[in-house]
Structure formats: structure tokens, C-alpha cells
Design a protein around this ligand. Structure first.
Ligand SMILES: N[C@@H](CCC(=O)N[C@@H](CS)C(=O)NCC(=O)O)C(=O)O
Length: 204
């Protein structure tokens, strides 16, 4: 299999984190340079019709896109360690948190950066008022998540899951906005981030 990816970009990084946690090393990595517009080429669009990364080309030539779908596929192929839940209840609670983190944290962050950071003008027709809306949503959810983490070590419960991965790639992407968890405002998030950095997911 072949994974089309881009270093530092949050959605591909979600898949790369799953690969590191599951010690998956037999997938060929192909880097696509978004800032050079390689993903918009006619050739790449034949692989990924929406011109996005990540994209996983299967051995039979079919292509799977959408980071979460790729992560779920890898979970099926490499079940250990389990990241998506072992019982209906656990799976549902993990999914609840993963969706919250993706939609209420990663997406506002993407809006903040894509509309507010000059480096992203090549990818986005920037609308200035979207940046503060995204920033506000991102900062609000950071505080909300910090409060949740005062009572547990991981985003979705008592163990590391895909929800931690989605949150961890969000924190990585937030560095571009010069945002980091800090001891004054988000101490629990800071401690959680340090736990993530000590895992395979955090090692590059
Ligand atoms: N929902 C998709 C989103 C994929 C996505 O937005 N990828 C970004 C990189 S993180 C991309 O390829 N952007 C290209 C562009 O904006 O032109 C997923 O989860 O894979």
C-alpha cells in the first residue's frame, strides 16, 4: 500500500500517528507538497479526486481518502493496540470524543489558520472575519478540554485512543498559530500533551 501524505498537516498526521502507535512500517510513504500545489495536479487528482491528503492507495489500486476512514481501515488490518474501542459502549464514547475534538477544535483551528495566516493564502481564498471566529472557537474548546482532563488522563476515558490522536495532531497544528498548552490557562492539557509526546505517536 502507498500513503500520500504531507509532513505537519493534521489530517495526514492522524494516519501517521496511528501507524506509529501500531508499529506499521510496510506502507510506502509518498510526500505531496501542498505549498507547491502538487495535490492540484491532474495526475494527483486521479488518485485523490478532492485533491487532498491523506490518500491510501490499496494494493488492488483502489484509493481510500478521509483520514478517519483510513485510520479505521488500519485498525481492522492491525487490531493491536486497539484505538477505536472494544465494546459498543466504549466505541461510542470514543467516537463521541473524537467527533467533538475534530469538529469543535481541529476545524476552528483550521479556519483560524487558513483564513488568518499569510502562509495559507496559497491554499485558501482568505476571508478575514473567519480567522477570529476560528480562533475564538479553538480557544474556547481548549479550556473546555482542559476542564475535562482534570478528571482523567486521556481524552475519551481511561486509555489512549483515536480521540487522543485527533487532539494531539490539533495541538501540533496549533503551533503554526503560535498556540501551545500552558501551565496558567490549560495545565491539564499541558500534562496530557507531555504524556502524548512520550508515546510512539509523539516520536518522529
Ligand atoms: N476530511 C478530510 C480532510 C483532508 C484535508 O483537508 N487535508 C488537507 C491537509 S490537512 C489538504 O489536503 N488540503 C489541501 C488544500 O487545502 O488544498 C480528511 O479527514 O482526510
Amino acid at each position: 500500500m502507498k500513503l500520500y501524505t504531507t509532513p505537519m498537516a493534521p489530517n495526514p498526521e492522524r494516519v501517521m500517528c496511528v501507524m506509529r502507535e501500531k508499529s506499521i512500517t510496510d506502507i510506502e510513504i509518498v510526500n505531496v507538497d501542498l505549498f507547491k500545489g502538487e495535490h492540484k495536479s491532474k495526475e494527483y487528482r486521479q488518485t485523490s479526486p478532492f485533491a487532498q491528503v491523506p490518500a491510501l492507495e490499496l494494493d488492488d489500486g483502489r484509493v481510500l481518502t478521509e483520514s478517519k476512514a483510513i485510520c479505521m481501515y488500519l485498525e481492522g488490518l492491525y487490531p493491536e493496540p486497539n484505538l477505536f474501542g472494544k465494546t459498543p459502549e466504549e466505541t461510542a464514547f470514543i467516537e463521541m470524543w473524537d467527533r467533538r475534538v475534530e469538529f469543535m477544535w481541529l476545524m476552528p483551528l483550521a479556519m483560524w489558520l487558513r483564513h488568518g495566516h499569510p502562509g495559507f493564502a496559497v491554499l485558501e481564498k482568505q476571508i478575514a472575519e473567519n480567522a477570529p471566529r476560528g480562533e475564538k472557537g479553538f480557544r474556547w474548546f481548549a479550556k473546555r478540554l482542559d476542564a475535562e482532563l482534570s478528571g482523567r488522563d486521556f481524552i475519551a476515558g481511561e486509555r489512549f485512543t483515536i480521540a487522543d490522536i485527533t487532539a494531539f495532531v490539533s495541538v501540533g497544528f496549533a503551533r503554526v498559530a503560535k498556540w501551545k498548552p500552558n501551565a496558567e490557562e490549560t495545565p491539564n492539557l499541558l500534562a496530557w500533551r507531555d504524556r502524548m509526546l512520550a508515546r510512539p505517536c509523539g516520536s518522529k
